[in-house]
Design a protein around this ligand. Sequence first.
Ligand SMILES: Cc1cc2nc3c(=O)[nH]c(=O)nc-3n(C[C@H](O)[C@H](O)[C@H](O)COP(=O)(O)OP(=O)(O)OC[C@H]3O[C@@H](n4cnc5c(N)ncnc54)[C@H](O)[C@@H]3O)c2cc1C
Length: 219
Amino acid sequence: MCQTNPNATPTYKGQSVFIVEPKGLEGFEALRIEGKMGSRLAPTAELSFNDVRVPLEALLGEEGRGFYQTLAMLNRTRILKSAARALGLAQCAIERAIKYAKERVVFGRKVADFQAIQHKIADVIVKIEAAKLLTYRAAYAVDTGKDERTLGFLSSIAKYYASHAALEAVNEALQIFGGYGYIAEYDVERYYREARLLTITEGTSEIQKNLIARTVLEI
Ligand SMILES: Cc1cc2nc3c(=O)[nH]c(=O)nc-3n(C[C@H](O)[C@H](O)[C@H](O)COP(=O)(O)OP(=O)(O)OC[C@H]3O[C@@H](n4cnc5c(N)ncnc54)[C@H](O)[C@@H]3O)c2cc1C
């Protein structure tokens, strides 16, 4: 996305989106960002475009509508790429923890027999089920063609809630694994690191709460 009208006020009304093939593009540079806590499967890079010339056919959508197009994209990706992803991670973490708790024996009892552990599992399951409904509701709103304001509201709620449910799920799953949970050999250590990104990417939780509050306050 770039500023195609430098005189637009506010500036976001003068932004447009272009789609370009970066390979061999003069003025384009990608600097790989190293040392990520998680999400290592997908490389992250800083992309810079200096005096890059693009043909008019590279315009994606409408001139001057780039900001709105990007918001509309986020209204959908916050459901699919954030909330649904958080849900999958939370579900996976608690399933692993449940399996482990049923197998591991300490002081002559299975870990799953301790009520303190059962309550952790119950708390996480409740949040996963709630996150699932919020995610499905937001996805249903997209499928049934609801307006962007409604989609923004519902996707922010789903993203915010599901990402925090995932944080709690991985935290409790790691706790149920005890010391092994902290060891990379067991997947929950990785789930814990993966979950940490969810409340940051595609708009932090603080931003989601701003969006939710602004909608109900109509500001
Ligand atoms: C590995 C990785 C992958 C990513 N992938 C994606 C991706 O696929 N899609 C995508 O959209 N983004 C992605 N991001 C970017 C991510 O969305 C941003 O990092 C995030 O939006 C926060 O922006 P920032 O880092 O500039 O933090 P800042 O904006 O500098 O925020 C710093 C702190 O201030 C708070 N803050 C900022 N503004 C406000 C405000 N108005 N009110 C209250 N609190 C505020 C923030 O919540 C945060 O706690 C990725 C980031 C990383 C690290």
